[in-house]
Design a protein around this ligand. Structure first.
Ligand code: PPS
Length: 542
């Protein structure tokens, strides 16, 4: 036991109350304000409560948050690169004051922990983005989450844990830092930990069920008793170099002595100008600089490539001129999976490829959404119906039409046309469409959907499960107004309808829709054809 690695900060900060106190807190919590944790916060709280985020004892207050954002240091100067904060709405924050207890519940209402409120503030999230991520480009998933998804008010204070979040999946692979360190101590030969992140990873990533099944296959390839596999319910921020330091601290808390850092650790992909956010080995450089303070040794990995002549993988800078070097990038792999084309045996184990193929059927077996957007009277419903009929004529696919009017009757009957209500309406449509697509169906949606950001969110809800084809029905306002089939434009002009899109409310024109159709120029039949041809060329129909 003596060679166990000490937790970061010297002591494992497990924040759970003993059972009798937890029961008492649960009873008292009835009268306390309450907050239902978001998916991100569910991950953070699990790792705060089980000690993986030691030495943190709760969600950060400003005195820690400010120096962490600025200099990667807590108030007591301990190195800590990522803010761990609890973001809430103004409505909840207004009910809080210093010294109050805030009950933190999972999405089903189960009490997980209590936060003693010490600090409430509205952070400068743009400043946080530029400091932590080095950018405020919303193509960066971490920046996007921070600027568009994070609630406006932060609440800080120490936590007392009542119950750990419940997981029903892969229970045999979930360990707390204490359990994992003890296991390592008993199995002294075990020297490699496979520790995949299963909380929140990059949007569009392979889902965690598939990834864990792949890891289970890989794990079996290691000599027995040398390797452990355990899942880490972490919500990644994709902050590249800063994230590498954070992951190192967490791994140290799980008892690791060494930590492998690759070429682009926790990289967020390309920015909106097509360049990478961080330098190729920037994470390794930062790790090297702070290694003594982190107390965990980095094992740097260079980019590996397959050399055909040698039939083995070598670091890219050790290849010689004349050798045949083969690589398959992430996007190339996705392309091959989508098209059902070959994935060579040197790339991965057959059982892993098989696993990936099962969850990545070729596009013509995937579901997809055709999302029509445009002004009232632009022709969205007419086009959606024309496409519906084409798809039904072909047969073999299940199609659902979520027309604006139908949705407002059945799903959104209580909603009006304020920005907030329109957003709710569109997000409901997005939710239903994503469920349809997840199950291999086709969803045709035809709301006005006037806001770019909301349309983007719907795309993000659908794309993990299948295709998303945005059709901008670009019939100009004058023409829609002239047609005025429902007489709404004239009412809007007369001030009888408030917030009418195009007249007294904005319509943000799509910047890069997959298809743009102006109904002045084509008949509904021709337009439906164009859409069907596009779907065929993308591989969703054949
Ligand atoms: S939104 O913005 O996407 O939530 O709108 P949507 O659900 O598609 O509903 C649009 C239809 O509602 C009628 N209508 C209005 N439209 C825009 N602005 C205001 N204020 C409004 N009030 C009622 C209108 O008939 C729209 O139907 P379409 O089929 O688009 O013409």
């Amino acid at each position: 036991m003596t060679d166990l690695i000490a937790p970061y900060g010297g002591e494992l900060k497990e924040l759970y109350l003993i059972d009798s106190l937890a029961a008492a807190v649960r009873a008292q919590s009835r009268d306390w304000p309450s907050w239902d944790l978001t998916a991100r916060q569910m991950c953070d709280i699990e790792l705060l409560l089980n000690g993986a985020f030691s030495p943190l004892g709760g969600f950060m207050c400003r005195r820690d948050y400010d120096p962490v954002v600025r200099d990667m240091r807590l108030a007591d100067a301990t190195l800590w690169p990522i803010p761990i904060t609890l973001d809430v709405t103004h409505a909840v924050a207004d009910r809080l004051s210093e010294g109050l207890q805030l009950a933190l519940r999972d999405p089903t209402g189960v009490l997980l922990a209590v936060l003693e409120v010490k600090d409430i503030w509205v952070p400068d999230r743009r400043l946080e983005a530029t400091s932590v991520f080095g950018s405020d480009d919303i193509v960066h998933p971490g920046v996007n989450h921070l600027l568009n998804r994070t609630n406006p008010v932060y609440v800080g204070g120490p936590l007392r844990g009542v119950a750990p979040p419940t997981h029903y999946d892969f229970r045999h692979l979930r360990d707390t830092p204490r359990e994992l360190t003890l296991r390592a101590a008993h199995q002294t030969e075990a020297n490699l930990l496979l520790h995949p992140v299963v909380g929140m990873t990059r949007p569009g990533d392979v889902d965690h069920y598939t990834r864990v099944r792949c890891y289970e296959h890989i794990y079996k390839r290691y000599p027995e008793h040398t390797t452990a596999l355990s899942l880490l319910p972490l919500a990644m921020r994709l902050a590249g170099p800063r994230e590498a330091l954070w992951h190192a601290i967490i791994r140290r808390n799980y008892g690791c002595s060494h930590f492998i850092v690759g070429r682009d650790h926790a990289g967020p992909g390309k920015d909106s100008r097509g360049s990478t956010f961080y330098g190729p080995y920037e994470a390794q450089e930062l790790m090297r600089r702070f290694q003594p303070e982190l107390g965990i040794e980095m094992v740097p990995f260079r980019e590996m490539v397959y050399v055909q002549d040698l039939d083995k993988y070598v670091p890219v800078d050790e290849t010689r001129p004349g050798q045949t070097v083969l690589t398959i990038s992430g996007s190339e792999l996705r392309r091959r999976l989508q098209e059902g084309t070959e994935i060579p045996p040197w790339f991965s184990y057959a059982e892993v490829v098989e696993e990936l193929r099962r969850t990545h059927p070729p596009r013509h077996q995937q579901g997809f959404t055709v999302f029509f957007t445009g002004l009232s009277g632009a022709g969205k419903s007419t086009l959606a119906h024309a496409v519906l009929v084409r798809l039904l004529e072909r047969g073999a696919r299940r199609v659902t039409l979520l027309d604006g009017d139908i949705v407002r009757k059945h799903l959104s009957s209580e909603l009006g046309f304020s920005r907030e209500h329109r957003d709710l309406n569109i997000l409901r449509i997005g939710f239903v469409a994503s469920e349809i697509v997840k199950n291999g169906g086709i969803a045709l949606c035809a709301p006005i959907a006037p806001y770019t950001e909301t349309r983007r969110r719907v795309r993000e809800m659908v794309e993990p499960y299948g295709g998303f084809i945005e059709v901008y029905v670009s019939t100009p306002l004058e023409v829609c107004e002239q047609r005025d089939r429902k007489g709404l434009y004239s009412k809007a002009r007369a001030g009888l309808i408030k917030e009418f899109t195009g007249v007294s409310d904005v319509y943000e024109v799509p910047v890069s829709p997959e298809i743009d159709i102006d109904t002045r120029e084509v008949t509904p039949d021709m337009a439906a054809n164009e859409i069907i041809v596009k779907l065929e060329s993308l591989g969703y129909l054949r």
